[in-house]
Design a protein around this ligand. Structure first.
Ligand SMILES: Cc1ncc(COP(=O)(O)O)c(C=O)c1O
Length: 460
């Protein structure tokens, strides 16, 4: 039996897929948080280069990938599609399980698919430096890798707690030439304000975002890079699904289920949207179901509310219509650092709202159990984020066994966990709590958000 489906370099997709024209209703616009009015594209040009702004607002279904970028993608793409038959055997399931493995990129996740595109368009428009934030370090190391390739400078604001506790991603960013600043920092007004109140503040993703944005807008030749959520980021990630469509063809199979973990939504959308396109355009041989998996500690789609909210804690971003726990959500210390985002991408949120995509949540203990079974059967050590998808896949495969159904399941193994071994250690020591975020906290946050917007005369 073929284990791995690999494409040749000449088979790299030449266009990304933009889901916007295929959504069930027009995507609600990004709003100015001061007035509640839709923001025009020009409003984003201080933060992003013009081409990325154009992509963000584009209604074109396919957008060409420049030749120079294809050249860079060839460093690690096309990525393999692998049949998880050892896992199937261990589960004694009639289901056929396939995974797209994004851990083969130099930083070890799907994040560089957009990082290299962002670096490329910034360089082309004369930008000299990019700023960004990172929590556990996956996105920061992807942007460090990408800026290094294109000769850009890079400043990464890294949540101080992770900066101190997770040194290896920090070392990786240094290795690729980025400057890594523990956040909150004395570099920015937002950082200084927090440090005045608490010089030992551990930081948060919300604070790091504020620092990165403030740094970008207050320095010439500097712009900001974003790791998930917005349309242009998800667009770049569709290279994953576009490859997977061809690889599934090669395998002679088609998925009944497409599964992925969701932080902001980029790796899941990247795999799922090209299959969604086949479905809505009547080209899919099956009525595929799309399953988004999140932690019970950060259940944006399973317990959150679909409404306009800020993208960051410090309220510097526009208002986005999405599933949210409220922008003042304080993440419990769970190990899937990349899934601790209070919202979810607007396009994905809209699809969930319409019931076209489904969502489930699991706690980190059951997730690490699933990751361990995967590592012991398939060998690869999954990133704790990706392991959420694995847990959902195992449940689907066991359900197929109960019903004696030969379903086909495809999931995204978005990254490897070789720099997350401490989390595995804590799992083996039995010290990871199965945390669940309470619904009352969501209600409290959303009530505060509505009151805040009402004060500004905005009703959403
Ligand atoms: C390996 C991995 N998977 C998934 C995610 C979640 O992000 P997204 O939902 O944008 O794919 C992250 C974020 O850092 C990650 O590092």
């Amino acid at each position: 039996m073929t284990k791995k489906y690999t494409l040749g370099e000449d088979e790299l997709p030449r266009e990304w897929y933009n889901v916007v024209p295929d959504l069930p209703e027009p995507l609600p616009p990004l709003l100015n948080p001061a007035t509640g009015e839709p923001l025009p594209p020009e409003a984003f040009e201080r933060l992003f280069p013009r081409e990325l702004v154009r992509q963000e607002f584009s209604g074109e279904r396919f957008i060409p990938i420049p030749e120079e970028l294809l050249e860079v993608y060839r460093l690690w793409r096309p990525t393999p599609l692998i049949r998880a038959e050892r896992l199937e055997r261990a589960l004694r399931t009639p289901a056929r399980i396939y995974y797209k493995y994004e851990g083969v990129s130099p930083p070890g996740s799907h994040k560089p698919n957009t990082a290299v595109a962002q670096a490329y368009y910034n360089v082309r428009e004369g930008v000299e430096r990019l700023t960004t934030e990172t929590g556990a370090g996956q996105w920061g190391s992807a942007l460090a890798f990408a800026t290094n390739l294109f000769g850009l400078k890079c400043t990464v604001y890294m949540v101080r707690a992770s900066y101190e506790q997770k040194p290896y991603r920090r070392v990786l960013m240094h290795l690729w030439g980025a400057e890594v600043v523990p956040s909150p920092s004395p570099r920015t007004e937002s950082g200084r304000k927090i440090l005045e109140q608490d010089p030992n503040h551990p930081g948060s993703l919300g604070i790091a975002i504020s620092e990165a944005i403030e740094d970008a807008v207050s320095h010439e030749g500097t712009k900001y890079g974003l790791g998930s959520v917005l349309n242009h980021v998800l667009l770049h990630q569709t290279i994953i699904g576009l490859e997977a469509v061809r690889q599934m063809e090669e395998a002679g199979d088609f998925p009944d289920y497409v599964v992925g973990c969701v932080g902001g939504g980029s790796n899941f959308a990247g795999l799922a949207y090209p299959f969604y396109y086949l479905k809505v355009s009547g080209k899919a041989p099956k009525d595929t179901r799309f399953i988004a998996v999140e932690p019970t500690a950060c259940p944006s789609m399973t317990k959150g509310v679909y409404t306009y909210d800020f993208g960051d804690t410090a309220r510097l971003t526009p208002l986005l219509k999405m599933y949210t726990l409220g922008h003042d959500y304080v993440p419990p210390p769970i190990h899937a650092g990349g899934l601790r985002y209070h919202g979810a991408a607007p396009t994905l949120s809209l699809l969930v709202k319409h019931g076209l995509f489904e969502s489930v949540a699991y706690n980190q203990v059951e997730v690490f159990e699933a990751a361990t079974l995967f590592a012991r059967t398939e060998g690869f050590v999954p990133a704790p984020e990706s392991a959420h998808a694995i847990k959902a896949v195992i449940d689907l495969a066991l359900e197929a066994k109960r019903r004696s159904e030969e379903v086909v399941i495809l999931f995204n193994l978005s990254g490897h966990g070789l720099l997350d071994l401490r989390a595995y250690q804590e799992f083996f020591e039995g010290v990871l709590p199965p945390y669940e975020y309470p619904r009352e906290k969501v209600e409290e946050s959303i009530a505060k958000l509505k009151a805040l917007l009402a004060e500004r005369g905005i009703t959403v």
